[in-house]
Every structure is written in C-alpha cells, then in structure tokens.
Design a protein around this ligand. Structure first.
Ligand code: SAM
Length: 232
C-alpha cells in the first residue's frame, strides 16, 4: 500500500547546505528560522491556539538526500564513524522513508503576511518541506528518566576563536543579528566528519549569504574568513 503526502509548509533557514548543520535540534539555539505555511494551510485557523505552546514537533522530509536510498546498518558520527547500528537505532537521514522529526522552540506565530512560525534551534536545511506540525506536550513527552543509548549526553564542544581577518570581514559585511553567536555555536559542535582530523585543512560552512571559512586544531575552531557566498 502506498501513501502520499503533500508539504504543508517550507523552512527558511540560515543553513544553506548540509555541512555544518547540527546533528540534532536544540544544540544551536542561535539558529532562527521561519516555517512558512503553504496554501490551503496558510490560514490563521490552522494555527489557532498554537502560540500557547513553547515547543513544537516538526515532521519533515530529508529532501536533499532522499534519492540516495538506505542501508540496514549505518555508522553514527557519535560512534566515531566506524561502529555500525541498525538504521532504526539511529537518526540517520538515509532511511526507508526519508522522514525527519525535530523538537524545536516556537518563538512566535505570525499571521500578518501569510502564516509563519518563527522557530529557534532547529536542525533544518533551507527549503526543507514540512509535512506536519504538532504541539509538544511536556507532561507526556518529557522523560528525564529515559536512557539515550549511544547518545546519552551532549557532544563535547570545541572552543571558537576569531582571526583578525575574520573580525575585519564581520565589520565590513554587517551580517544579521546573532550571526556571531550562530557561527560560534555551529563551529563548537565540530562539523567535521568523524574520521577527519587534519589541522591544516580549511573548511567552509554556508550560513545565510556567507561562507564561513575555518580550521580546527587542538580542540579549537578558528574562524579564518567570512566571505560573501557569491565569491565561493
Ligand atoms: N532531528 C532529526 C531527526 O532525528 O529526524 C534530524 C536528525 S539528522 C541526523 C540531522 C541532519 O539532517 C542535519 O545535521 C542535516 O545535515 C540533515 N538535514 C537537515 N535538513 C535536511 C534536509 N532537508 N534534507 C537532507 N538532510 C537534511
């Protein structure tokens, strides 16, 4: 039996490519995004009462990777990229049905110009199709006694430093509010693939319209340059 679903909304996010997006929601609180509802759901009635909730579940499609199929075993980054677990014991994007589920903070609901939710801390790529929104119900869903398997606790964080060049670029570009915090929270997560540890290597992460170039050595992420994305 087949089921087909249509998006009820789309995400507008500072994350313009997969690299650098945190591996789960809540890890980068400075990531602000909009969930814009699509017709015929872009009507105030569909979100009436939602503003009373502080958090929502977002059901979405891993649209950028869905054509890559799936495998029964995956290598979670938290296990160093070597050990394998079953796809259903993981949060891998490569799943039989490419569906994602993120618990995110609901900052506000706007019905002024269309209907949009402002969200904080989501782990979603720009353009992500959203299939459903549900309010988070703490008394049912908050389980402090739960056991987190191989991801029992947050990942260790890197320290983040800025080069003089990066600081001067910031001054010239006047990026969006909270951009510095966003960069620091994203890099502190260590976006490198699990098997990479080359202190000479320079990486780039796309945030808003900027390419943030950085290196990682000795537990410190150093921001080297902030370039307009058009110069990539
Ligand atoms: N919390 C979600 C879940 O468990 O369903 C996502 C977990 S998944 C490991 C998080 C990663 O999904 C992010 O780091 C990002 O690389 C990737 N991602 C986010 N939006 C995506 C999209 N629209 N298409 C493909 N990959 C996406």
């Amino acid at each position: 039996m087949n089921y087909s679903f249509e998006p009820i909304g789309v995400i507008r996010s500072p994350y313009r490519e997969k690299f650098g997006i945190p591996r789960q929601p809540s890890l980068v609180s400075a990531a602000r995004m909009r969930l814009e509802l699509l017709p015929p759901y872009a009507q105030p009635d569909c979100v009436r009462g939602l503003e009373a909730f502080s958090h929502v579940w977002i059901h979405f499609v891993f649209h950028q990777t869905m054509d890559r199929g799936w495998q029964p075993l995956v290598r979670p980054p938290r296990l160093g990229g070597n050990a394998k677990v079953g796809v259903f014991a993981s949060r891998s994007t490569h799943r039989p049905n490419p569906l994602g589920l993120s618990l995110v903070e609901l900052v506000s609901v706007s019905c002024d110009n269309g209907v949009a939710l402002e969200l904080a801390g989501a782990d979603l790529l720009d353009g992500t199709p959203v299939l459903d929104i549900k309010p988070y119900i703490p008394f049912v869903e908050a389980r402090p006694d739960a056991v987190g398997g191989f991801v029992d606790g947050p990942p260790p964080l890197l320290r983040v430093e800025w080069s003089e060049t990066a600081r001067s670029h910031l001054a010239e570009l006047s990026p969006p509010k909270d951009f510095i915090l966003l960069v620091e929270q994203v890099l502190a997560q260590d976006p490198r693939p699990a098997y990479q540890d080359d202190p000479e290597r320079i990486y780039g992460v796309s945030l808003y319209r900027y390419n943030v170039r950085f290196g990682i050595a000795g537990g410190i992420a150093r921001v080297l340059e902030i370039l307009p994305a058009a110069q990539n």
